[in-house]
Design a binder for this molecule. Structure first.
Ligand SMILES: [Zn+2]
Length: 141
């Protein structure tokens, strides 16, 4: 699968910078609440469960499971982001309530399945590292 030459990039905020730049260190960083100990996403300054402001990003394993996906065939960005590509929702290994909308890469689109074990990889564009996911090594025949 060809990686795109162009992406619409997020504008990181004070709360989301750790998420968007963790890839520089090879880390997927997810916010954890230190009051109720739960992870949460997207990253904001307040825990949505207990309202604590004692929250901070921390590195997670980067392992996840595909729980839903679709294959895009429309050339929304022409040759800069060529289809087909997979847009997926993955659940993090640490907590299945933490879901990321992402892209599955390094895998033919027809090989993606629900329940597939994936791991994070990063695409570096300007000052952000986009978390994408690829099959765990050895998990695809
Ligand atoms: Zn909390």
């Amino acid at each position: 699968m060809t990686r795109p030459a162009y992406r619409m990039l997020p504008q990181a905020t004070a709360d989301s910078t750790a998420f968007w730049t963790g890839g520089a260190d090879g880390e997927l960083r997810i916010h954890r609440c230190h009051s109720c100990s739960r992870l949460f996403h997207p990253p904001v300054g307040v825990c949505f469960r207990c309202r604590s402001r004692d929250v901070a990003p921390e590195a997670v394993s980067g392992r996840a499971t595909v729980v839903s996906y679709t294959v895009n065939h429309h050339p929304w960005f022409g040759d800069a982001f060529p289809p087909p590509y997979v847009v997926a929702i993955v659940e993090l290994a640490e907590d299945p309530e933490i879901r990321l909308t992402t892209q599955i890469v390094d895998c033919p689109v027809e090989d993606v399945t629900i329940g597939m074990a994936v791991e994070v990889a990063f695409e570096h564009h300007e000052d952000v590292w986009i978390p994408v996911f690829r099959p765990v090594q050895g998990s695809v025949a």
